[in-house]
Design a protein around this ligand. Structure first.
Ligand SMILES: Nc1nc2c(c(=O)[nH]1)N[C@H]1C(S)=C(S)[C@@H](COP(=O)(O)OP(=O)(O)OC[C@H]3O[C@@H](n4cnc5c(=O)[nH]c(N)nc54)[C@H](O)[C@@H]3O)O[C@H]1N2
Ligand SMILES: Nc1nc2c(c(=O)[nH]1)N[C@H]1C(S)=C(S)[C@@H](COP(=O)(O)OP(=O)(O)OC[C@H]3O[C@@H](n4cnc5c(=O)[nH]c(N)nc54)[C@H](O)[C@@H]3O)O[C@H]1N2
Ligand SMILES: [Mo]
Length: 729
């Protein structure tokens, strides 16, 4: 299901405040579920929920409700991964549900960006949208002028109802690909035939753990816990990153690397390993193809000294790391998503895969070149397929690159895009080149956004529709990292006039058909519970020993087993069935046959010569959480991190306002001086701050990564390859 996934891929609340908010809700009715389980006043009740955000950890949550109000949330101890804990963001969930900033009703703006909003009814909203769809159909004879931009705000399998609704109208323009992880997905597809990481809990069996370009202390807290435990058990833990992250600060060793040179480090390690005959020839002989060619390439082209020069890592450090990696078996490598967001990110991941395969560190417990997995996404994708596609006079959807959304949309003329639907997405905040994205928004007659909070994308929309939170509906969830599968049940009634994305799809379908019979094939009469019942595969039920899908709510979670050591059966999913050092599929996509070093395509100029890295933020997840009151209390101001030496050269002091600028835009932010960042690279964390115009993507260019097209249809985006000037403002 990998392609489908891709195009498709809080704690104590003051009772009185929440009750006050609830009292203010007009017209909210208790769902049938809540009625059936209504309790005596004051009695508490627990429900299972799942955090649906685009995150490694996909936590199973236990929600305590009293008198219809969420009192608190905690991690579900039934999953040994969530293990009874949540992250700092997760504990804020009640603040999110009861935030006064939630979008409460359908709203219409008189002109995009005007801020002149009026409340409208659902019927009015559906009528405006349906009339526009029918007008487009009439004018063009097809629905290609309707564009869908949807990604990762909520990975509940039911949110794919939006894709289902679009297919039920006709063929539309779709944002294809993913901004997140495509380069690495291609690499692992070329090398092994799929992404398939070992169960992260099996890192407890590792003697050595190398975390290569990931920051789990912020982005995967439960994995950080496992790594800490492994360390206490005696495993050596090494972090490789340009930044001394919170994660790296807890390691046995931090290796500061020059951005986008990881392939050189991996190949330099390979050379040392070959020179000292530490490779696993027997494993390669039995399980791989192309190893002779790879070994030959390394021996002829790579030296440890060369690797040291490229990466800035001293020769001695490379040699020690290589020796330890080859001899401390089993050794596990975690390949982070951060490190593949470069113009050579895919090539670098292939070099790291090759290092693991050279040492036979694949297919064994506690080992692996671990990136991600989608094997546990055991869904039928019923909401996504609806009643099947409606057809018009064109044969297929028209795909544009989600990573070059603004420019691609603006380039379409035959036919142009007239209507844009945005769901589970904040393109104005999360996409590179915000200025161009804005123009794309302006070019559309009608922009509809479904969200919970007014962000920049809502501000540039004509109609905004309120969606409900995870606590107000049903759902099924899988992770792309661990192997737990969670159920989500309604803990409270739907708030205000919010609906789920699927309910919105059904409502629009009903309106379309009332205006023109047969114009939308999407079902109109299923409950969320009925939709959810359709999503768990028979395979999953069999695996979990369930007769009925609802048995998931006995523990809230169940584990897909058999992945403790990924690839232990030696059955790689490549054309040869072996690990492919030599990949004809890679070559067919314009890449090198072998995992070789590919130089980065740097866009550095004399004026804009500081690399800007824009990784993920602790107190937010993209455009989510940082806007909540408790998060704002902890932290409420963006900043640029620069090395004291760089600051000194520019006359900048800690706390000064600085101008970060390049060819496409500028930002003015506060300088934070720290030795944790490289001397010649600057760091701004990407996040959405409420009531603040800050948005790092004004200076991040839409530069494609080297890979991604093979598995996801579009290349990744090199978020960390923009260069800027930094001056005192
Ligand atoms: N500069 C820079 N930019 C980046 C990155 C980077 O490293 N640097 N990282 C990139 C990566 S890895 C990713 S994955 C993307 C993420 O980009 P997005 O997927 O756009 O990010 P989110 O903020 O998680 O979600 C978008 C919106 O979905 C809304 N939402 C939540 N639940 C629901 C729901 O049930 N229904 C609907 N309709 N909406 C809902 C949220 O409120 C939020 O406003 O950002 C990318 N952008
Ligand atoms: N709190 C929080 N958690 C999150 C998210 C969030 O926004 N906030 N986002 C979620 C999502 S969508 C994703 S994709 C994941 C991301 O999870 P991660 O991949 O762990 O996070 P990133 O912050 O994108 O990048 C990790 C590290 O890569 C480093 N890096 C950048 N370039 C290079 C390089 O060339 N080489 C090396 N070795 N390192 C490099 C950065 O300095 C950064 O420290 O986290 C998920 N979890
Ligand atoms: Mo991501």
């Amino acid at each position: 299901m990998k392609k489908e996934h891709e195009i498709t891929r809080r704690t104590f609340l003051k009772g009185s405040a929440a009750a006050g908010l609830l009292a203010g809700i007009g017209g909210a009715t208790l769902s049938d579920f809540s009625k059936a389980t209504a309790r005596a006043e004051g009695e508490t009740q627990e429900f299972f929920n799942a955090c649906p955000r685009n995150c490694y950890d996909t936590c199973s949550i236990i929600t305590t409700v009293q008198d219809g109000v969420i009192k608190h949330v905690r991690g579900n101890p039934n999953s040994t991964y969530t293990n009874g804990r949540l992250c700092v963001k997760g504990y804020n969930y009640p603040r999110r549900v009861y935030s006064p900033d939630r979008i409460k009703y359908p709203m219409r703006q008189s002109a995009k960006g005007s801020g002149q909003w009026e409340q409208i009814t659902w019927d009015e909203a559906f009528t405006i949208i349906a009339e526009k769809i029918l007008e487009i159909k009439n004018k063009y004879g097809n629905t290609l002028p309707i564009c869908l931009n949807k990604y990762s705000g909520n990975f509940n399998v039911l949110t794919y109802g939006i894709e289902g609704m679009m297919s039920s109208i006709g063929h539309t323009t779709r944002c294809q690909g993913t901004p997140c992880w495509p380069a690495g997905i291609d690499s692992q597809n070329f090398d092994m035939g799929a992404i398939l990481n070992a169960d992260p809990e099996s890192m407890l069996k590792s003697k050595m753990i190398i975390v290569w370009g990931a920051n789990p202390a912020w982005c995967s807290v439960h994995s950080m816990h496992i790594i800490q435990k492994a360390k206490e058990n005696g495993a050596k833990v090494v972090f490789i990153d340009p930044i001394m992250t919170a994660s790296a600060s807890k390691a046995d060793q931090f290796i500061e690397i020059k951005s986008s040179t990881d392939g050189a480090l991996a190949l330099g390690m390979c050379r040392y390993i070959l020179d000292h005959k530490l490779q696993d020839d027997a494993w390669m002989e039995e399980n791989s193809i192309g190893h002779e060619e790879f070994v030959d390439y390394v021996k002829k082209n790579i030296t440890v000294e060369w690797a040291s020069e490229k990466t800035g890592v001293p020769v001695q450090v490379i040699e020690n790391l290589a020796y330890e990696y080859a001899t401390m078996e089993p050794a596990s490598i975690w390949i982070g998503y951060g490190m593949q967001r470069h113009t050579n990110g895919g090539a670098n991941v292939r070099c790291i895969d090759a290092l693991a395969a050279l040492c036979g560190n694949v297919g064994k417990m506690g080992a692996g070149a671990n990136y991600a997995q989608l094997d546990s996404w055991l869904f039928n994708y019923a909401a996504m397929t609806g009643n099947g596609a409606n057809t018009d006079n064109v044969e297929a959807d028209r795909n544009i690159n989600i990573n070059n959304f603004g420019a691609d949309l603006l380039s379409l003329t035959d036919p142009p895009v007239e209507m844009l639907w945005v769901a589970c997405r904040n393109p104005m905040g999360q996409d590179p080149e915000t200025g161009v994205v804005r123009k794309a928004y302006e070019s559309c007659d009608l922009v509809v956004t479904v969200d919970q909070f007014f962000n920049e994308s809502c501000n540039m929309s004509d109609i905004v529709l309120p969606c409900c939170t995870i606590f107000e509906t049903w759902g099924l969830h899988a992770s792309y990292w661990h192997y737990w599968y969670h159920g989500n049940q309604p803990a409270i009634a739907q708030m205000y006039e919010s609906k789920t994305d699927v309910e919105i799809a059904m409502g629009l379908s009903e309106k379309l058909n009332s205006l023109q019979a047969g114009s939308c094939t999407y079902p109109t009469d299923r409950t969320m519970e009925e939709w959810c019942a359709m999503e768990m595969t028979d395979g999953a039920k069999e695996l979990f020993g369930f007769k009925d899908w609802k048995e998931i709510f006995e523990k809230g979670t169940a584990k897909v087993t058999g992945y403790e050591a990924a690839w232990s059966d030696g059955q790689f999913r490549t054309p040869s069935g072996k690990y492919e050092f030599y990949s004809e599929q890679a070559a067919a996509m314009g890449n090198h046959l072998l995992p070789v070093y590919r130089e980065a395509d740097e866009t550095k100029t004399d004026e804009y010569n500081v690399r800007l890295i824009t990784p993920h933020w602790k107190y937010g997840l993209h455009s989510q959480f940082q806007n909540l009151d408790w998060m704002q209390d902890i932290h409420n101001e963006p900043f640029v991190e620069i090395h004291p030496q760089m600051a000194k050269d520019r006359g900048i002091e800690d706390g000064d306002a600085v101008r970060v600028e390049n060819e496409i835009g500028y930002l003015v932010v506060k300088a934070k001086l720290t030795q944790n960042v490289p001397r010649d690279e600057a760091v701004i964390y990407e996040a959405w701050y409420k009531d603040n115009p800050f948005n790092v993507n004004y200076v991040v260019k839409a530069i494609p990564a080297d890979m991604g097209v093979f598995a996801t249809g579009q290349p990744g985006v090199s978020f960390h390859d923009s260069f800027v000037s930094i001056k005192k403002a």
